[in-house]
Design a protein around this ligand. Structure first.
Ligand code: AMP
Length: 202
């Protein structure tokens, strides 16, 4: 199954995507993780991406697409994948659709985790105190929420227009949210979620 999983940083998408990976036995491909690995390894692309990531802005479409193409070409992604953090804007969305058409792996569903900004700000503050990730700094989180609204929300609208978006309430315990996600997954070609009409975000 091929899933695009998105939601603002701090919406819990990383945790939920990891659970989903265990459930569906397909790789969890996070462009944020791929970029952080490149930064850590000190590759030329990682060095370019570092400052942009620390400022809460988006890394160039070209860099991210190159990394993604390499990753989905790996053997473990042949049977599907959970894409986390991509696409982040409409240009990336078009690039993804091209890529999936080329490799004949059409997308099954786009899942958006919906969490109010205030809840995201407090979650990130807690994580910032515990893990000291520069991009969890409250000023950076605010910037990322703004980028999400401006650039990523149109992607959600696009998936809604083509009938692929399901918005899941991301407020609640990890288990509660995971159950909601499982309940909207397509099964055997049919949406489990007939009772959950895709919702176009505001
Ligand atoms: P994430 O872990 O998905 O929140 O990603 C962390 C940071 O990596 C983001 O704030 C961006 O700077 C960068 N990043 C991750 N995915 C993308 C993407 N698809 N396009 C551009 N930048 C990205």
């Amino acid at each position: 199954m091929r899933i695009v999983f998105f939601g603002p940083n701090g919406s819990g998408k990383g945790t939920q995507a990891a659970l989903l990976k265990a459930e569906l036995k397909v790789p969890h491909i996070s462009t944020g993780d791929l970029l952080r690995a490149a930064v850590k390894a000190g590759t030329p692309l990682g060095l370019q991406a570092k400052a942009v990531m620390e400022a809460g802005k988006l890394v160039s479409d070209e860099i991210v697409l190159g990394m993604l193409e390499e990753r989905v070409a790996q053997a473990d992604a042949k049977g599907g994948f959970i894409l986390d953090g991509y696409p982040r804007n409409l240009a990336q969305c078009a690039a993804l659709e091209d890529l999936l058409a080329r490799i004949k792996q059409p997308l099954d569903i786009a899942i958006e985790l919906n969490v109010p900004d205030q809840a995201i700000l407090s979650r990130c503050e807690i994580r910032f105190k515990a893990e000291h990730r520069a991009d969890d700094d409250p000023a950076v989180v605010r910037k990322r929420l703004e980028v999400y609204r401006q650039q990523t929300a149109p992607v959600a609208r696009h998936f809604a227009e083509i009938g692929k978006l399901v918005t899941v309430d991301g407020v609640g315990s990890v288990d509660e949210v995971f159950k909601r996600i499982l309940s909207v997954l397509p099964r055997g070609g049919e949406m489990w979620s007939v009772q959950f009409a895709p919702r176009v975000p505001a």
